[in-house]
Write a new protein. Structure first.
Length: 79
């Protein structure tokens, strides 16, 4: 579920740009995929080992704060 929600967030950004709901600069929100991929791998690998899962949870927090901030910045400056 976690990976699916991450992927769907990036797909929503891309589709929004493709159908011209958002300006092309909104694609800057996809830049967090480089933090999201290791977080997803860690979630799959350490899903039952909480101490080892903690770094992935931290990456998830960064992704969840940074993606909307970058997306909003792209929309604001892209219009």
């Amino acid at each position: 579920m976690y990976a699916a929600f991450n992927v769907l967030a990036y797909v929503a950004i891309a589709v929004g740009v493709i159908v011209k709901i958002m300006p092309p600069l909104a694609l800057i929100g996809i830049a967090t995929v480089f933090l999201s991929i290791p977080s997803m791998i860690g979630a799959f690998k350490y899903g039952k080992n909480i101490p080892k899962l903690i770094p992935s949870l931290g990456q998830n927090v960064v992704v969840n704060l940074l993606t909307p901030a970058l997306l909003a910045t792209g929309i604001f400056f892209g219009r």
